[in-house]
Design a binder for this molecule. Structure first.
Ligand SMILES: Nc1nc2c(ncn2[C@@H]2O[C@H](COP(=O)(O)OP(=O)(O)O)[C@@H](O)[C@H]2O)c(=O)[nH]1
Ligand SMILES: [Mg+2]
Length: 400
């Protein structure tokens, strides 16, 4: 019976048999079956988390739960404070993620790390009212809901002291969200909800995991009608720490919407790459006009200068936006620029030869030109993703 603890035995047996053997050995196996996991994404919430853990314990008496704090290596060492509690309270765990940022991806990671049948997600800054959690869990269980969303937009709920421009921004975001949402839900931007784990397992491959709006991401990934209940609550004002919502988060929101609308058809990176390219074409023509018509350079010289200007611009913008998760810096940035020039010059050569060929074969000039453009865009994208940014993506994958 001693070998119950060895790896081989553990994996060879069904979980129930394993539990039975442990019980036979007199081990305290489980006090109660885990019912609920609460996933809390944090970045610099050191002052708030201990208070939240106390409040959860006070309100969840009689529920078998665990709390998973997913911290993105906070500079205020939130992870350290949580570990301090977790050392004494086994229901508290912390995942310290290094080299990564993002609320949505943190939530997904926390969700993947639990065995609980229901998972709640809530902020770590005490803005979400934890006292409605038992009601949310009961609703999900009794009515077999996929989601129970804590809503700020239904009767009985309130945005609390949310600043006016934040309310306006939130309403705009809501209008945009309706573009991708199959489900009818009053507050799809809510960061406070409870979900049946089976739903997560169904959609996990389709989630985008970008930005702040994890609920929206999950709902828009659904492949079947979603059962949703809503519970009202009042959004509290933040007392300690500060909001992480900024311009980059706004951009990530648009990125999420685009990915949900088009991501299953074309890789989102390619769409961004093509958009950047389109802006580059306008810049190219503008530069050409100034240098050729106003500065009176020869057409060839003006064309070469415009090409360098637009290629450099494309590189900068792609490095900032399209590959923001694999951004090149320092020496890598210079090598990246050179490989980008090289790849795109070949792309231009392909464009010229293909379109000339098509024109010679009788295709109208507009179509010949477009075909060349499409082909060279695909070439530029494919080659630079492998040569210019690939190493950085691979390095990041390893670090992750
Ligand atoms: N893990 C992780 N948590 C984050 C990140 N950004 C924000 N959070 C947490 O997500 C929750 C909501 O963020 P907050 O800035 O308060 O957003 P707001 O309430 O919309 O202003 C808080 O618990 C933050 O600490 C992030 O990049 N990673
Ligand atoms: Mg907040």
């Amino acid at each position: 019976m001693q070998d119950v603890h060895t790896q081989g035995t553990r994996f060879a047996r069904a979980p129930e048999t394993h539990l039975a053997s442990l019980r036979a050995l007199g081990e305290a196996v489980v006090s109660a079956r885990l019912e609920l996991a609460i996933v809390v994404p944090t970045f610099n919430e050191r002052a708030n988390i201990p208070v939240l853990l106390d409040r959860l314990a006070a309100v969840l008496t009689g529920v078998s739960y665990e709390v998973i704090v997913v911290d993105d290596d906070s500079t205020d060492r939130t992870w350290e404070a949580v570990r301090g509690v977790a050392a004494y309270q086994q229901r508290v765990r912390v995942i310290r993620r290094v080299g990564r940022r993002g609320l949505a991806s943190a939530c997904l990671e926390g969700m993947m790390s639990t065995a609980a049948p229901y998972i709640a997600v809530m902020d770590g800054d005490l803005q979400h009212d934890e006292t409605i959690l038992p009601q949310m869990l009961a609703t999900a269980m009794k009515e077999s809901m996929d989601f129970v969303v804590a809503s700020r937009n239904i009767t009985g709920a309130s945005m609390g002291g949310f600043a006016k421009d934040r309310v306006r921004l939130s309403n705009l975001g809501l209008k945009l969200a309706r573009l991708i949402l199959p489900a009818d839900v009053t507050d799809p931007m809510s960061g406070f909800f409870l979900v049946d784990r089976r739903f997560i397992d169904d959609v996990i491959y389709d989630t985008s995991g970008v930005g702040f709006k994890i609920l929206l991401d999950l709902l828009a990934s659904a492949k079947r009608p979603v059962r949703i209940a809503e519970v009202p609550y009042t959004f509290r004002t933040r007392e300690a720490g500060e909001s992480k919502l900024d311009f980059a988060v706004g951009l990530e929101y648009l990125y999420l919407l685009l990915d949900k609308m088009l991501g299953h058809l074309i890789p989102l990176r390619f769409i961004l790459f093509a958009l950047v390219g389109a802006v580059g074409v306008i810049l190219h023509l503008g530069t050409l006009a100034v240098l050729y018509r106003q500065a009176h350079l020869t057409f060839m010289n003006a064309q070469v200068a415009a090409t360098v200007v637009s290629m450099t611009f494309n590189y900068l913008l792609n490095n900032l936006v399209t590959y923001r998760d694999a951004r090149l810096r320092g020496n890598q940035w210079i090598v990246g620029l050179l490989t980008f020039y090289l790849a795109c010059s070949l792309g231009a050569a392909i464009n010229l030869s293909v379109s000339a060929q098509l024109l010679a074969n009788g295709l109208p000039w507009l179509f010949a030109g477009m075909a060349g453009l499409v082909l060279s865009s695909v070439w530029n994208y494919g080659v630079t993703s492998v040569i210019t940014w690939r190493k950085r993506l691979v390095d990041r994958g390893r670090a992750g």
